[in-house]
Design a protein around this ligand. Structure first.
Ligand code: CA
Length: 219
């Protein structure tokens, strides 16, 4: 397995790297989020620390998920529930709390790569009443062939719902996936963007509000 370790603590990174090499893995290591985004391409799995020297691992995770489906295991000292939930919302495949128990980590790497090989492709086209959403090309086309012009943020919001079409998605989850946080400013921005998306789609009824919970894209 080609593993990318994203870890700014040299001693943790080298101990982990040695252990993974000893079990037959090919290991590459970077110590910053910027390098993680540059070097993940040929890797089968990413082990991502949350506290990095150039910023927050959640940000790296969100950006990684916009361009890649490579399995990501968050490996962090943060054991609080909110961090775990955020990481999973942002697309982490698993969450491991330090100190690392090596055999468990190896088993988890094995499990996530088995579930989602890096090369696999999901269904990228989502059809709903009147529009086709292409998650790979990031385009939306109406039934009559007219493109629906969405901004990057508007598309990201719609894509969160489209990946789970027919299912209720919580407001918190959309905020986590698109904005990376749930602060008041993001929440206001969310409402503005949702209104825009609804006005651009052929029918405002495509997105149902589930009061007190979130939203659903109708199949
Ligand atoms: Ca760290």
């Amino acid at each position: 397995m080609r593993v990318l370790i994203v870890e700014d603590d040299d001693s943790v990174a080298s101990a982990l790297g040695d252990a993974l090499r000893a079990t037959g893995h090919d290991v590459d290591r970077v110590d910053s989020g910027v390098d993680a985004l540059l070097r993940h391409h040929d890797r089968d799995v990413v082990l991502l620390d949350l506290g990095l020297r150039d910023g927050d691992g959640f940000d790296v995770l969100r950006k990684l998920r916009q361009v890649s489906r490579t399995p990501v295991l968050v490996v962090t000292a943060r054991s609080d529930e909110r961090s775990t939930v955020r990481a999973l919302h942002l697309g982490a495949d698993d969450y491991v709390v330090k100190p690392i128990r090596l055999r468990e980590l190896l088993a988890r790497i094995d499990a996530v790569t088995r579930r989602r090989p890096a090369s696999s492709t999901q269904a990228d086209l989502v059809h709903t009443n009147g529009v086709t959403i292409d998650l790979a090309a990031r385009t939306v086309v109406a039934r009559d062939g007219t493109p629906v012009p969405l901004t990057a943020k508007e598309f990201a919001l719609l894509a969160v719902l489209a990946r789970r079409i027919g299912t209720a998605v919580s407001r918190q989850q959309i905020l986590d996936e698109v904005w990376g946080d749930a602060f008041a400013a993001a929440s206001r921005s969310f409402d503005v963007h949702l209104t825009q998306v609804r006005s651009k789609l052929p029918s405002a009824e495509l997105i149902t509000t589930i009061r007190g919970f979130g939203y659903r894209l109708e199949a």
